[in-house]
Design a binder for this molecule. Structure first.
Ligand code: 3PG
Length: 471
């Protein structure tokens, strides 16, 4: 076969197939590769070319060497396969087939540390490696995702225009595709994105549960209420889909009541939380959201315990107006924590990731696109700390009473609200000039002689307490 094409895409799962269709619709010639697994994955790439009209001229392969030889130089290859073992395996086979100057892009959810390692290993071979976070789900992959790119800058310059052509457009018409920094910067930003996403989803789940405790509210009225919210500053893609989900029924029963209440997760947010802990950057909302998924998964234990602990629930009406305000401020805190993590990562990894650029990347195409994100694009040009932005300060100050009453309402009605409560705890902790950290320091010194800084001594001087004489 002599025909050579511009792009090679590996992995014909939902995301890989849709991104291939997107490339082809933008006029790029593509080769598709999917592995051959007898009885399980046979002729997958070929079937894609038959099923989707955009891919009718695409070349289909299940032999990697033939796929690689069908690509023009420098080869541009996009890997759309799950991170971990599957990726390791294909890289082992693929890398020896590549030449200097080729560009290899990992579009999966890899850990940024692995991306760092791969980028420097391939740098030695003069193969350009990019780690690319892709957000937008299957629809975004097809119609325009948000692309967060890190790695070799020369490599990025080779593929930049092609990638821009498949990305979403922000409200000003600029593509949501940007280079963020060396090594794992792109995958790092995708990891934080997923953390923010988890908390956004969990906040909506908490709002839903708070509403469901009210005798006066049902699926239809909650949907109606959220339809009003989505025309306001509360608007987001996740709010819109949540509101829509509530309209589906199955045999006259709300569809979500047919779904087992065990939430899954694939691991990127566990990485994000661990990374926040390593950097000393609080990310309690994403942590609360992940832990809420974990506790939801412990279904049989929950069922057993619910029989031994019968907790009395109150019966109050959900204060919807207050709820909306609390939802809005909790989201501000969630975004604040996410961007603060990026600030710490910039310091730690010597990246210069610009907040306005990240907000712009996430303002369209991405799962966390929202009116708030669009507002942040502008606001970050003036201030890099969300809770200090003039635009939101009044809203946060005004919401305090409502925040307290929603927390009380949740207590009375026995509704777990880990994210709303985390947001509140973070907010009140961060806005008090004194903390109980002095007692923690004393305890550490008492049992471990770790020492502490006295307020009446020079910075950096380590002191011990009077208890040290005793021990
Ligand atoms: C993804 O990046 O695949 C999702 O946004 C997060 O997936 P999860 O909820 O399965 O972890």
């Amino acid at each position: 076969m002599n025909r050579k094409v511009s792009w090679g895409i590996i992995g014909m799962g939902v995301m890989g197939t849709n991104i291939s269709r997107n490339f082809a619709s933008q006029g790029h010639t593509v080769a598709l590769y999917n592995r051959f697994v007898k009885g399980k994955e046979e002729n997958i790439a070929l079937k894609c070319t038959q099923e989707y009209s955009e891919l009718k001229n695409a070349l289909a392969f299940e032999e990697l060497d033939l796929f690689v030889s069908a690509l023009k130089f420098p080869r541009k290859i996009l890997l759309m396969i799950p991170s971990g073992l599957a990726l390791e395996k294909i890289l082992e086979e693929l890398i020896p087939m590549l030449s200097q100057g080729d560009v290899l892009i990992d579009g999966g959810n890899s850990h940024y540390n692995d991306t760092e390692k791969r980028a420097s290993l391939l740098n030695e071979k003069k193969i350009h490696f990019l780690g690319m976070g892709v957000s937008g789900g299957k629809i975004g992959a097809l119609n325009g995702p948000s692309l967060m790119i890190g790695g070799n800058l020369d490599g990025y310059k080779i593929v930049n225009r092609d990638l821009e052509s498949i990305a979403a457009k922000d409200i000003y018409g600029t593509r949501c595709c940007s280079y963020l920094g060396l090594g794992g910067a792109g995958h790092y930003i995708k990891m934080v994105h997923n953390g923010i996403e988890y908390a956004e989803m969990q906040l909506l789940a908490e709002i839903f549960e708070l509403c469901m405790t009210s005798p006066a509210l049902n699926f239809a009225s909650i949907h109606k209420e959220l339809s009003v919210w989505k025309k306001s500053f509360s608007q987001s893609y996740l709010l819109e889909i949540t509101s829509e989900i509530l309209t589906y029924n199955d045999d006259g029963i709300p569809f979500i009541n047919k779904i087992l209440d065990k939430a899954s997760s694939k691991g990127t947010v566990a990485w994000a939380i661990a990374n926040g802990a390593l950097l000393g950057s609080p990310n309690s909302l994403m942590a609360s959201a992940l832990h809420a998924r974990f506790t939801s998964s412990l279904k049989s234990k929950r069922e057993k315990l619910s029989k031994s602990y019968k907790i009395q629930k109150g019966k109050y009406e959900t204060p919807l107006k207050k709820l909306k305000k609390v939802y809005d401020v909790s989201r501000l805190i969630n975004h604040h924590q996410g961007f603060e993590m990026i600030k710490s990562a910039n310091d730690k990894f010597s990246w210069e990731i610009n907040f306005a650029t990240v907000a712009r990347l996430w303002s369209e195409g991405s799962i966390i696109k929202s009116q708030l994100m669009n507002a942040l694009v502008k606001e970050f040009q003036k201030n890099d700390s969300i809770i200090e932005m003039e635009k939101f300060k009044k809203e946060i100050i005004d919401a305090q009473e409502d925040w307290i009453s929603i927390i009380k309402y949740a207590l009375d009605n026995v509704v777990p609200i880990p994210c709303i409560y985390s947001a509140w705890n973070y907010f009140i902790s961060m806005t008090q000039s004194t903390s109980n950290g002095n007692l923690i320091q004393a305890q550490r010194d008492f049992f471990g002689a770790h020492g502490f800084q006295r307020i009446d001594q020079k910075k950096g001087t380590l002191s011990h307490g009077p208890w040290s004489k005793k021990n």
